[in-house]
Design a protein around this ligand. Structure first.
Ligand SMILES: Cc1cc2nc3c(=O)[nH]c(=O)nc-3n(C[C@H](O)[C@H](O)[C@H](O)COP(=O)(O)OP(=O)(O)OC[C@H]3O[C@@H](n4cnc5c(N)ncnc54)[C@H](O)[C@@H]3O)c2cc1C
Length: 301
């Protein structure tokens, strides 16, 4: 990013914007080249002000915990905005409604809803991302899904103008969210049922069950592919003989075939090559086209 370009930033932002930040530090796969600019807002107003004065030709990418992102080795041209550690307010609005900002970790929503006697929100404990990421992905687990609970969302458009939109303004599907524009989520009002009997034991049991079937603790992005209608990506990959298939330090997990593991030194290119090999092999063996659930962004090395 040229110094001249940065002169366009107001002095307060120019000192807080980081340069050439390795995205490997901000993704759960621990891969990804540098982002030209990296900004963590203090709050939603600060974020709006930042977007307002960012030159319109600088591409923007909002991220949460990077738990569903494959950033290529050449990194990201433009500005990455992280909500992690920012936009963290979570409050109860009424008997069944809560308000949460985009940077709130999903696990915190799960735990707090249990304390409030609200549910079913336990599924959020299985999603190692932020609410913003869960809204963008319609993340779900154990039969629960984010958008089933959304009443309305607050968004900022690319120029930093805030809008509140009803859930009905969005077309929601399995891991798919289409809005009226490509604005960034900054918060949402969510509704749950009153479930006074629910306790944290329920969350622990679900997480224990998950540990038995998924390579939790290893570097991954969770499920790489969406499930095709009426089938499971993991079943198709396993029965194509791909468990353990490896390129460099990236391999299809032996424990759960829809996970790809970075064993420590994988490049994004290795992971992407494994993804493409899995897609080609499953298409040849089963005649099924697998689509990635993970978002692949950035420039090749
Ligand atoms: C071990 C493991 C298990 C997982 N299990 C599940 C699971 O059971 N179910 C499931 O659904 N997912 C699962 N995931 C994937 C991931 O946690 C979810 O997709 C999560 O919602 C991503 O949130 P994030 O904050 O990490 O988003 P990021 O990975 O940072 O971003 C993902 C996408 O959302 C966009 N985005 C992020 N924040 C915003 C925002 N504020 N406004 C607009 N767009 C935004 C990004 O631009 C990007 O396109 C798993 C991941 C891992 C590592």
């Amino acid at each position: 990013m040229s110094a001249a370009r940065l002169l366009n930033l107001a002095p307060d932002f120019a000192t807080r914007v980081l340069h050439d930040v390795p995205m490997a530090k901000h993704t759960s796969w621990h891969v990804g080249g540098p982002a030209d600019l990296f900004f963590t807002p203090r709050d939603a107003l600060d974020l709006a002000a930042f977007l307002r004065q960012l030159p319109p030709d600088i591409p923007q990418l909002m991220i949460g915990l990077g738990s569903n992102l494959l950033v290529r080795d050449g990194g990201i041209r433009g500005a990455v905005i992280s909500t992690h550690g920012a936009l963290g307010s979570l409050e109860r609005l009424s008997a069944q409604r809560i308000s949460a900002e985009a940077g709130v970790p999903c696990a915190r929503i799960a735990r707090q809803c249990v304390k409030w006697g609200l549910g079913p929100a336990e599924f959020f404990a299985g999603i190692p991302g932020t609410l913003g990421g869960a809204l963008a992905m319609n993340a779900g687990a154990w039969g629960g899904e984010t958008w089933r609970h959304v009443i309305e969302v607050d968004v900022l458009d690319r120029r930093g103008v805030r809008h509140t939109r009803a859930a009905a303004d969005y077309e929601i599907g399995y891991r798919s969210v289409k809005g009226p524009d490509d604005a960034w989520f900054i918060g949402a009002r969510l509704e749950f049922e009153r479930t006074p009997g629910v306790n944290t034991e329920a969350i622990r049991e679900l997480l224990d069950k998950r540990k038995q079937t998924q390579p939790i603790g290893e570097w991954s992005c969770g499920s790489v592919f969406t499930n095709p209608p009426g089938d499971h990506a993991a079943r198709l990959i396993e029965s194509a003989g791909l468990k353990g298939f490896r390129i460099g330090d990236a391999s299809v997990s032996d424990k759960h075939a829809n996970f790809i593991i970075n064993h420590g030194r994988a490049l994004a290119a290795d992971i992407e090559a494994v993804i493409e090999h899995v897609q080609r092999t499953v298409a040849r063996v089963h005649g099924v086209e697998l689509h990635t659930e993970v978002r692949i962004v950035g420039a090749p090395a």
